[in-house]
Design a protein around this ligand. Structure first.
Ligand SMILES: [Zn+2]
Length: 115
């Protein structure tokens, strides 16, 4: 199952919810695929069900999401931006975050062979 939609509209709570569900699923899938590698790589299983819709806990959520992406980037041998640098309450930052994050997830899917 693919992370779809991996973008959404600024300040659209329904879109945020759909993004959060697909995104959380894909991170769990990455954890499972890393565990199935030889040698197995054990990643912490995070709960990312509320990234865009997280309200006051968003900063913490974004920080643990960033930690997960740093581990994944190391495994996949890719570089990605620091996703915590974006202020998701600002429209420009929001769309930049989505764009960079979309590219990173595409690269990770490619690495893990998710088509
Ligand atoms: Zn992510």
């Amino acid at each position: 199952m693919n992370f779809q939609p991996d973008i959404c509209t600024f300040k659209d709570p329904v879109g945020y919810g759909a993004f959060d569900i697909g995104h959380d699923r894909e991170h769990l899938q990455f954890v499972q695929l890393a565990a199935a590698m030889t040698p197995a790589i054990v990643l912490p299983a995070y709960d990312f069900l509320n990234i865009l819709n997280s309200g006051r806990t968003q900063k913490n959520q974004l920080e643990s999401h960033q930690e997960a992406h740093e581990l994944l980037s190391n495994i996949a041998g890719i570089t990605s931006v620091d996703f915590t640098q974006f202020d998701l309450s600002k429209q420009d930052d929001f769309y930049n975050f989505l764009g960079y994050h979309q590219t990173t997830h595409q690269q990770l899917r490619q690495f893990f062979g998710i088509v």
